[in-house]
Design a binder for this molecule. Structure first.
Ligand SMILES: [Fe+2]
Ligand SMILES: [Fe+2]
Length: 327
């Protein structure tokens, strides 16, 4: 049941449905839960003065609406169905030769964010299977377009959401793999790319208050957090998705060359090459992203810090290739 509401009368908890194409408003999705006053300000700034809300999906309803006979107007949030995961613009972009690289980069970026957000909200085996197909399109676009990496690096955004981090790490890792492997044909780039995007899938099993905690985790919380690589590996194993070597990306992306990583404390070549690629992108994105407890670092400062203070963490030649992507 829909109701038209003045934007200024919106409340946190109302479920907004924007009847506008996704490129005509500043939000990632065209329908969403109003999560803060900031969302309302952004709507007003975009000149949107009235919006339809879906009453059945809203946790908050206008005061002139009475609760139903059970007194319940706040049903559970919907889960995403497989057919809702992949934005149609992504599939269209793969086959549209009239789009420029920078236009395709914009579609890739926004599609990755939408896809990863929905998948992490509904990480069922069926959705993982469907998401992989969308990620194959993303990998094809990044690997087939010469200028794509440059355009994607130009429009990278950073916040503290796991889906943004997953998209960033996926894009950076696929770009680094492209620089390393070129068109050798010795690596299954689609499968590899999908695994990079899914590297933090195991976080869906971690208490979100740990992930968003504004401060240091306690030892117990950290122990729990460090289980996310194994959780992710197990989820993919049960879903029968990804080859074993690609699942190792998920399991080993927090291992460090000097043996001080987790979960197993592997060293150097004991860590799979693919996971070592992911580890570099993962740390870079963590440093350049906003967190509840820190400001983001500028790209150059992050690369400098990684080179000067963290070099024992990474495969040196891979890191040098990574730096070259930004030059
Ligand atoms: Fe991780
Ligand atoms: Fe990560």
């Amino acid at each position: 049941m829909r109701k038209l509401v003045k934007t200024r009368d919106l409340k946190v908890g109302m479920y907004v449905i924007l009847d506008l194409p996704w490129y005509k408003h500043p939000f990632l999705k065209s329908s969403f839960d109003v999560s803060s006053e900031n969302d309302i300000s952004r709507l007003l700034k975009a000149g949107i003065e009235e919006v339809p809300i879906d009453m059945s999906l809203s946790r908050e309803v206008p005061q002139d609406v009475k609760p139903d006979s059970q007194g319940d107007v706040s049903p559970a949030k919907p889960l995403w169905a497989p057919e809702q995961l992949i934005p149609p613009e992504l599939q269209a972009a793969v086959h549209d030769s009239t789009l420029s690289s920078s236009e395709k980069a914009g579609i890739v970026r926004k599609s990755c964010l939408i896809l990863m957000e929905r998948l992490l909200e509904s990480p069922t085996a069926e959705n993982i299977h469907t998401a992989k197909k969308g990620l194959y399109d993303v990998v094809d676009l990044i690997t087939s377009e010469g200028e794509m990496t440059k355009h994607l690096l130009d429009i990278t955004s950073h916040d503290f959401y796991t889906y943004t981090h997953s998209a960033n790490v996926g894009i950076l890792s696929v770009s680094l793999s492209k620089a390393l492997f070129g068109t050798s044909g010795n690596h299954n780039m689609r499968e590899l790319g999908a695994a990079f995007f899914l590297h933090d899938l195991g976080k869906v099993r971690i208490d979100s208050s740990y992930i968003n905690k504004p401060g240091k985790l306690t030892d117990e919380e950290m122990r729990e957090m460090k289980r996310h690589p194994a959780h992710g590996f197990n989820i993919l194993h049960k879903a029968r998705e990804l080859s074993t070597e690609c699942k190792l990306i998920v399991l080993e992306h927090h291992e460090r060359d000097d043996g001080r990583g987790y979960p197993r404390g592997l060293r150097g070549d004991e860590i799979h090459l693919y996971a070592r690629i992911c580890a570099i992108a993962d740390v870079y994105d963590a440093l350049t992203s906003m967190r509840s407890y820190k400001q983001p670092m500028a790209p150059f400062s992050a690369l400098k810090l990684m080179k000067e203070e963290m070099i024992g963490h990474f495969h040196t030649e891979l890191f040098e290739k990574f730096v070259k992507m930004f030059c």
